[in-house]
Design a protein around this ligand. Sequence first.
Ligand SMILES: [Zn+2]
Length: 273
Amino acid sequence: MNLEMICGKTGYIDTGYGLVAVYRSSDSEVILFDSGDEHADEIILLFDSLDLKIRAIVCTHLHYDHTANNNILYDRYKPEIFLYGHDFANFKMRTSPHYPYNIIDPTSDLVIDGISFKIIPTPGHTPDHLAFVTPDDVCCIGDALISQPLLSESKLPYIEDVEQAILTMEEIRRMKYPHFLVCHKGVVLSKDMPSLIDDNIKKELELYDVIQNQITAPTLIEDAVVEFMRQRKISESRIQQSYTMRNTVRARILTLAEAGEFKIEGEYIVPFK
Ligand SMILES: [Zn+2]
């Protein structure tokens, strides 16, 4: 594991499944944006070798793969931890946080040791998802987008509210930051953002086509969810066990219904023709 610099004092480490943004807040300290869910020991080894301590951890959202290392890193460095979200019950159940944390106020900049990080609400992936901009104008957009080639390989990107996610993507399209750090996974230059956003939106529209072609008669929503996941070749065990994955499919079906493509009658989804 290495600390790769993007520009100025902003860089990242690659924890395997995702990227963790790193801001060098002083000669001896760093601020992390998210902490990853594995390789905490390697993170500690890396920062020890660089004589750096973790001053703070700021989370873009409460998903396990962005917060799970908080416990181990807290034990080692006692950083301040900043979180935001309404889904604290699920977060606590999955990550058992044993550290104190500060709730972020998304209406103003986050200031740590006099350093300001702009906060941009970026709902869709989760309702409370936040992006942060470092003083080097690197925009850490968390999971608001997926970069290639991961996007093409993904059977089912996790999104809780597709309409909102696409509005967020269009908002990101208007941002003029030179660098965007996408957790899964890469540093994307401003000039490459429009095509990446197009790819992310296209993926969603393809998934909508799958749902529309699939539902030709009144169907129990739960059956439609399972059938859709089978068509996307998601394993039976994941279909059965992953409540969050089923939820993301359900969200897509309901978005299509809200857009007037289907009717919802009780627990059934009903095509118009
Ligand atoms: Zn996430």
